[in-house]
Design a binder for this molecule. Structure first.
Ligand SMILES: [Zn+2]
Length: 305
């Protein structure tokens, strides 16, 4: 089964990813000193998708589960990060970025938009050929938080089909436009589509075009082991910032992996191996959290190299 590709032209309605409500909007310096982390309730693990068998995402190598429904980072002592680029592919900026990544042998993850794929499907094939990963960022880049479950699944399945048609490789993860997503929707996507929701721990706010040097310093200063770095290949200024950004991260010893590779490296929290008594004590931390599913880990980035 193939869905008809969307015919609505991409217009001014396509906006860049914005900061989700639970991520600090404070001064840029907060990016380096504070990381918002979503507490991750464990879920049953990957289940087979319930639509067309030919589109079934395979369980990525190393994903032994349980896969969590949300990742903003992973827990690891390894000096590894995943850099992600959203809202493309863009006809000029994305090929330029791919050249930069190839020259440095850096693998990235692209969260592509269906209404962009239709103009440059060949770029998805190039991404795959050069070792990158592609994730689902919906067809129209509308906020998912207010959608019905049916509309949300329809939107994601349509983008999934576009990606498969363009490059033959099904996406394994998704990123909600603007980071806007409800807990129940995350659980639904993991159950029905096999997608964990991928957010981020480092946001340079590059879509506001703060300047090339600012984008570079925010990413480099915010990077930490296990971090997920957010950027947008839709914007020329972001791509302009990448040579210095990538070179400085390499100079700091960071290894770049794709999102699936990063998830496979997640080290489970030590609480899982503790006694029930200890679990009870440690779980109190989350119940004291000011909001239902988020907490702040301060100064984590300060200890990063
Ligand atoms: Zn986006």
């Amino acid at each position: 089964m193939r869905l008809t590709l969307p015919t609505v032209l991409l217009g001014a309605t396509l906006t860049s990813c914005q900061v989700p409500s639970f991520v600090s909007r404070d001064t840029p310096s907060s990016l380096a000193s504070e990381i918002r982390v979503t507490l991750k309730p464990m879920v049953a693990g990957l289940e087979a998708p319930t639509w067309g068998q030919e589109m079934a995402p395979s369980v990525p190598e190393g994903w032994t589960g349980p896969i969590e429904d949300t990742y903003t980072h992973i827990r690891t002592s390894r000096n590894v990060v995943a850099i992600t680029f959203d809202d493309g592919p863009h006809g000029e900026n994305t090929p330029r970025l791919l050249d930069m990544l190839k020259a440095r042998n850096i693998k990235a993850t692209f969260y592509v938009v269906g209404d962009m794929i239709k103009y440059h499907p060949e770029l998805l094939a190039r991404m795959i050929a050069e070792g990158h990963e592609i994730g689902n960022h919906t067809v129209k880049h509308n906020s998912l938080a207010r959608m019905s479950d049916e509309s949300l699944l329809t939107e994601l399945r349509a983008c999934h089909e576009q990606i498969v048609a363009a490059c033959g490789v099904p996406p394994k993860t998704m990123r909600p436009p603007g980071g806007a997503i409800k807990k129940s929707q995350k659980e639904l996507m993991l159950k029905e589509l096999g997608y964990p929701t991928i957010l981020w721990s480092v946001d340079p706010l590059d879509w506001k075009r703060p300047g090339v040097d600012v984008v570079t310093s925010r990413i480099v200063n915010g990077a930490h082991p296990g971090g997920i770095l957010l950027a947008h290949d839709l914007h020329k200024s972001t791509v302009d910032a990448m040579p210095a950004t990538l070179d400085q991260l390499l100079a700091k010893g960071f290894e770049f992996v794709t999102i699936s590779q990063l998830i496979a490296m997640d080290e489970k929290p030590p609480e899982l191996t503790k006694t029930p008594e200890t679990l009870t004590k440690s779980s109190k931390v989350s119940t004291d959290s000011p909001s239902s599913d988020t907490m702040t880990i301060s100064n984590q980035a300060k200890s990063a190299p």
